[in-house]
Design a protein around this ligand. Structure first.
Ligand SMILES: [Zn+2]
Length: 237
């Protein structure tokens, strides 16, 4: 369990489906978890809210902020949104610097974000590329630099909606059995995407099965899958 975890999502709800359990495991273990959303997903991922007549972007952002903040609180994490706009999410120099600054400020052990490819979502890959660059900017090249640097955080990708089409191969399962109720409560806060609750509860059960098979640990009921990007450094195999 990492002590300081940063989850970066393109949209304000992404973290809850894909890494909500890992967030709760970190905070339950006494660690610190922060969720950074690059946008509210106000235009492209707030389906239920756009069914209301007379709906506005500002109102949708407000609702989404409340939902994400409550969901993060259920998991013991802090939530912040850079509000860069979605569909399309465009991350320029200022956005990149903001993300790098957040990484320097928290100095996380682990950063989790999207896969570098998602044929169904125009913003998820954009988030990956920005986070990958921001991580490198914040960590520098491992030599003294003209700017403050942090120890290189480990980089993981969380599981996308359709893993095979996003080149996602799980390399790490997090046992989220002890916090699964918390994850469900957090998911329940996301009223704008209620259709995803069942989907991700089922995914957690299936990944639990895979985690049991990989580990032989029969007590695992629910798991989240992640893909490691940076090599793991160990003192022996
Ligand atoms: Zn999203």
């Amino acid at each position: 369990v990492s002590r300081r975890l940063l989850v970066v999502g393109a949209h304000s709800a992404d973290f809850v489906w894909r890494a909500g359990g890992a967030v709760a495991m970190t905070t339950q273990g006494g660690g610190l978890a922060r969720v950074l959303a690059l946008s509210y997903g106000e235009r492209g991922e707030s389906g239920e809210l756009w069914k209301e007549p007379g709906q506005t972007v500002e109102r949708v952002k407000e609702v989404r902020h409340g939902e994400a903040e409550r969901a993060a609180a259920v998991l013991g994490a802090e939530f912040e949104c850079l509000d860069l706009g979605d569909y399309p999410l465009e991350i320029g120099r200022d956005g990149l610097v903001s993300i790098a600054d957040r990484i320097r400020e928290l100095a996380p052990d682990v950063i989790v974000t999207h896969t570098d490819r998602d044929p169904f979502n125009p913003d998820h890959a954009a988030a990956f590329h920005a986070v990958e660059r921001a991580r490198a900017l914040a960590a520098g090249a491992g030599v003294p630099s003209a700017f403050d640097t942090v120890l290189p955080p480990e980089l993981f990708l969380f599981e996308p909606h359709q893993p095979e089409l996003c080149n996602f191969v799980p390399t790490t399962f997090v046992d989220i059995t002890p916090v699964f109720e918390q994850k469900q409560a957090a998911m329940a806060e996301m009223q704008a995407q209620a259709y995803l609750h069942t989907y991700y509860a089922q995914r957690a059960e299936q990944r639990g099965n895979h985690a049991r098979r990989s580990s032989g640990d029969a007590t695992i009921r629910y798991a989240e899958a992640f893909q490691r990007v940076t090599p793991q450094v160990v003192h022996g195999l």
